[in-house]
Design a protein around this ligand. Structure first.
Ligand code: SF4
Length: 126
């Protein structure tokens, strides 16, 4: 079977053609470096993705704060993690780099805040 991938490990976005038989890679073409091979191998065995999303804020000058994962998680866990993110509420102020959810689902990845959002109540921001 011939499959095609676009490597997402760097901005080059190499198009990689892979010949697979019995879940083993027979040949690989188009990767400009070995990371392309590693990417395809991971896609075949345990695909991983990062998530960017938002969490609801209480008492913030904005209603939401943007978040991302500290490291990619298995693709088949994304829906469960998004459900946890959707149910989470934080209290402003919140700051870039702050952990919103530690070790989400026990996957070894934290949900991290990516924007500073102050409280609408000035005394909370001191
Ligand atoms: S194969 Fe290498 S050069 Fe090509 S996109 Fe992947 S990491 Fe970048």
């Amino acid at each position: 079977m011939l499959k095609e991938y676009t490597c997402i490990m760097c901005p080059n976005g190499c198009n990689i053609a892979v010949e697979i038989k019995n879940e083993k890679i027979l040949s690989i073409e188009g990767a400009a470096c070995k990371r392309g091979y590693e990417y395809v191998n991971q896609e075949l065995t345990n695909p991983q993705r990062n998530i960017s999303s938002s969490i609801l804020l209480e008492n913030g000058i904005l209603p939401l704060v943007s978040v991302r994962l500290s490291k990619p998680i298995p693709k088949d866990k994304i829906f469960q993690v998004m459900e946890i993110i959707k149910k989470t509420r934080l209290k402003a102020p919140v700051f870039i780099g702050q952990i919103a959810i530690e070790n989400v689902l026990g996957l070894g990845s934290d949900v991290i805040i990516t924007k500073n959002v102050m409280s609408s109540s000035a005394s909370d921001n001191i």
